[in-house]
Design a protein around this ligand. Structure first.
Ligand code: SD4
Length: 326
């Protein structure tokens, strides 16, 4: 069995490419890297790679990670600027015994020495979004609370994936430009092991999208893998972990940020859970062609999903590519 599951509709082209590799006996590391690069390279996705929205200072600072579930090797970069494919840098770092999580200038120096492609990741479109948001923020400043300001903008789209190849190897990887208008140097969950991602070929792999500050409070990707290791189906593991963290956050803090998770186990069974409306994901396995699903969360925390309609798919691209009215 082989398969891949990923956060958001935007990952479907990537996992389609990854599936071609897995079908031919390709490696879970190669397939996941190539799938995430596809998302990083597409300029209309606003929170991954090229075209990602900038921080407060109008710089695109990106976080990414890679984990090999056989060896438990982890590599990650945080707050890295001006490189085309952070996930590939993260994967390269996963081969290092020490210094495998690098931030900012240190990560850029490493990437430069290793010959990774430099690229100005700030597009004109991202600049237009930035100018527009500045205007909106000054108009709303009087009524916004600090926590509202940090909310991921609607339609936020960090890519996180879990992958299984025919040898039984599992991997997890993430890539993001993080929250729009974040503070310079802010790091989310995506490059943090156990929070944004985790992979163990014996148990399964999981990855997250949502408000990093809250996802990290539950080490939620690790928790899902741990639950799968105890024999829970990925769907139940995702629902259990998301419901528990959501409830703990509400009880102790009065609110919970966005938490959306995907997972797969070594049998190629998969699951998802979310505490928001409008979460979508993409999945492919030996038995299922690449498919985008939309998730609905029930009152009791159970999550159901249905295939996205052609109309929804068209509309998604239209809104992503629509001109920005400043
Ligand atoms: C972060 N989790 O940096 C990321 C943001 C995200 O979809 O997932 N956006 O906190």
């Amino acid at each position: 069995m082989w398969g891949m599951i990923a956060t958001w509709r935007m990952a479907v082209e990537g996992i389609t490419k990854g599936a071609e590799m897995l079908k031919d006996g390709g490696d879970a590391g190669d397939a996941i890297e190539s799938a995430i690069r596809e998302v990083e390279d597409f300029p209309y996705y606003k929170s991954v790679g090229y075209g990602g929205l900038p921080n407060e200072e109008m710089e695109v600072e990106m976080d990414a990670a890679f984990m090999d579930g056989n060896t438990l090797d982890i590599g990650a970069v945080a707050a890295i600027r001006d490189f085309a494919n952070p996930v590939s840098i993260a994967r390269r770092l996963s081969h290092e015994k020490v210094n495998s999580l690098l931030v900012a200038e240190g990560a850029e120096k490493f990437a430069h020495k290793e010959g990774f492609e430099r690229k100005n990741m700030l597009t004109d479109r991202a600049k237009a979004h930035y100018r527009k948001r500045l205007k909106e923020m000054s108009a709303q400043a009087a009524v916004q609370t600090a926590s509202q300001k940090l909310k991921p903008y609607s339609g936020h789209d960090t890519v996180g994936m879990a992958c299984l190849d025919i040898t039984g190897k599992m991997t997890a990887a993430t890539s993001t430009s993080g929250l729009f208008m974040k503070k310079k140097g802010r790091v989310g969950d995506s490059p943090i092991s156990g929070s944004g991602f985790y992979a163990d070929s014996k148990k399964g792999a999981a990855s997250a999208t949502g408000l990093g500050e809250d996802l990290m409070k539950g080490c939620i990707s690790y928790e899902i893998v741990r639950l799968m290791g105890e024999g829970m189906h990925p769907q139940e593991a995702c629902e259990t972990a998301v419901s528990r963290l959501d409830a703990e956050l509400r009880e102790r803090r009065g609110e919970a940020g966005d938490l959306s998770l995907i997972a797969m186990n070594p049998k190629g069974e998969w699951g998802v859970a979310t505490n928001i409306e409008g979460f979508s994901f993409a999945v492919v396995t030996e038995a299922l062609e690449p498919t985008v699903y939309l998730v609905t969360r029930q009152e009791d925390g159970r999550c159901t999903y249905e295939k996205a309609s052609d109309e929804w798919m068209e509309n998604y691209m239209k809104t992503r590519m629509a001109p920005i009215e400043e």
